[in-house]
Design a binder for this molecule. Sequence first.
Ligand SMILES: *Cc1c(COP(=O)(O)O)cnc(C)c1O
Length: 375
Amino acid sequence: MSAPFKVPFQDLPLQTAQLRPELDPVIDQVLQHCGFIHGKECAEFEAAFAAFVGTRHAVGLGSGTDALQFICRGLNITGDDEVITVANSFIASAEAVSYAGAKPVLVDCRLDDYLIDVDAIAAAITPRTKAILPVHLYGQAADIDAITKLCTRHGLHLIEDAAQAHGATLRDGRACGTLGVAAGFSFYPGKNLGAFGDAGAVTTNDEKLAHQLRLLRSWGSVVKYHHDIKGYNSRLDTIQAAILSVKLRHLAAWNDARARVAGWYRENLKACAGVVLPALAPWAGRHVYHLFVVRFPAHDRDTIAQQLLAAGVQTVVHYPIPIHLQQAYAELGYQPGAFPRAEKAAKSILSLPMFPEMTRAQCDYVCEQLRAALP
Ligand SMILES: *Cc1c(COP(=O)(O)O)cnc(C)c1O
């Protein structure tokens, strides 16, 4: 459990224990009918999630990574095609493009809200560019209107990485997951909406693309043993769908609770010299605070994290190495210094504990210990 920590980074044991009375019966139902693949709970969750996001289709898949990969495949992005995404994301944003056989092209982020820099995107567009893949990083919407303008001008697809943005919106209320041709969501257990294992989905209004995704997830067939294309084995398990339907009913309240915790952090730390709080982007509406990321421009982040750990506060760095400096992407040929803001962030950011069940006392304790850790 969370025993070794006074404040864990997140508290899935607590949330899961609270939900057991709702979860046990739906899990039991799946164990009774044993339709473990494509059971009725799958279509029920897909309909509920599409309604939550506000698209005509949601297609359940085995992971968020496959969601992004299959969007690229469904749009025939492969070979010499380039897809522009951001250097400070989780590596899956780029790997999904690689799995599709295309080339990820990375660009720098902004240093105040850590979102993809639109001027950098514009500068990276080539005749081979087929899509822009912005990440709604940490739970806040990227600058979609500006990115849409670039897509329209250059004839590109807009693919959203919404893996951290379930319920996030733009200022005018338009929801992440509805803003491009399609969006990839992850239900990895630690995400705002998390399954009990790997799971993901694509949301889209494009009927043809939705059909392609249903083919891709099941060896290229929607009619059993009739294979139209070579696909994969990447379905959303029935039992995960049943669990996700229960958890989806709590998502809005959980997002509100996360925003409340973020408010406590902001209030408590606003006058704390040496701690840079995450900026709210001018175009963003609801920030769903998948993560609450602070930055220490003038202190050693790792020393602070160690001192917090010694005081029982668990923190994480998202992410310590930008994608362009990962060994796995040596092939792209980027050198240190290529994306100075992403690199600066990687060295100085720290994700503080953030979960819906977090109490005011826990938040105050984190802030108190953080203050004590600053030299
Ligand atoms: C979690 C995540 C993914 C990958 O999702 P999985 O379900 O773990 O495959 C992709 N992009 C971002 C930004 C993520 O945070």
